[in-house]
Design a protein around this ligand. Structure first.
Ligand SMILES: [Zn+2]
Length: 308
């Protein structure tokens, strides 16, 4: 079991280390607000957008636009993680890859300026990221927690299967650890989950979700870089974001760090980023209007029925 936990800990280090290592707090002396500044990485670690992306044999193939590199951490402001959660067809992926580049590329692909990504993985990755964001959103909301936990664990397992990751489980391992079951034993996850959920109390469900969230935090690691800029020495704290998929996972975490997490519209179910930390139910005026209009008509019909 400790082998599993160690492996996960190395991939998803705890929040505390990340907070210490990767974010520089800059205090503005005029209004005393805390600002969070993320240092840029050297140009060779930046990511490439795609160009002329297309789909062939269940893969997205694209040329890398090496003339327009961008910084993965700075891209957070534009919300590519939210865009990704809202993709709904293969052609949406083509547009996404043209804008943000492939989720991942090998060193050879980077140097050859051309990448291929399996669509099956793209969809599995999206499902996993989205279900994780939904799990975070529902934490503490009675009625939804068990359902969201199951969704996330299934999505996480599916992504591991598609990527051929070993050991084969991440989030589910912690689910089993939290239940004090041996994660290395053979389990029929869905059956085990249903059985557990049938008897679990609300505090138990919340405890397990808290454990899973904690160990699958998607926080990026950080490091200190010592370098010379001409004759000037410089030591800087930097995020370690090696690929777009890692950066997108970190962005979900960063939404909470910045106190502006992404949310999901209760009307159209799309992911959106609220302008303030204040929780919002709907992504737009139109969605809010549609929902209140429907509620009003429902009330009216009920009143009419009562009056008959
Ligand atoms: Zn909406």
């Amino acid at each position: 079991m400790s082998e599993f936990v160690g492996w996960i800990a190395s991939r998803r280090p705890c929040l505390k280390n990340s907070l210490v290592c990767t974010h520089i707090l800059v205090y503005d002396c005029i209004d005393m607000q805390v600002r969070y500044h993320i240092d840029s990485r050297p140009i060779e670690y930046r990511w490439y957008r795609g160009k002329e992306a297309s789909i062939s044999k269940e893969e997205i193939i694209c040329l890398l636009d090496q003339q327009r590199p961008y910084d993965l951490a700075q891209a957070y402001e534009k919300g590519p993680h939210v865009d990704l959660m809202n993709l709904s067809c293969d052609q949406d992926w083509v547009a996404f890859v043209n804008r943000w580049g492939p989720l991942w590329m090998s060193g050879i692909e980077r140097s050859q300026g051309r990448s291929r990504t399996r669509l099956e993985w793209c969809w599995a990755f999206q499902r996993c990221l989205k279900s994780y964001a939904r799990l975070l959103e529902c934490f503490g909301r009675p009625g939804l927690e068990g359902h969201r936990l199951r969704d996330f664990l299934n999505a996480s397992e599916d992504e591991n299967r598609v990527r051929g990751r070993k050991p084969p489980a991440t989030a589910t391992v912690h689910f089993f650890v939290a239940l004090q079951l041996d994660p290395a034993a053979q389990h029929n996850f869905d059956e085990e989950f249903k059985l557990w959920l049938r008897h679990a109390s609300q505090p138990d469900v919340r405890r397990v979700i808290a454990d899973v969230i904690k160990f699958v935090s998607f926080a990026a690691t950080g490091c200190l870089v010592a370098e010379w800029q001409g004759v000037r020495p410089r030591i800087a704290a930097r995020l370690t974001l090696d690929s777009l998929d890692e950066a997108l996972e970190w962005m979900v975490w960063n939404g909470y760090w910045m106190k502006k997490p992404q949310m999901f519209c209760q009307e159209c179910q799309r992911a959106f980023r609220p302008e303030s930390a204040h929780p919002r139910k709907y992504c737009s005026y139109d969605c809010a209007h549609r929902a209140t209009d429907r509620a009003w008509h429902k009330r009216k019909r009920a009143m009419e029925k009562k009056g008959e």
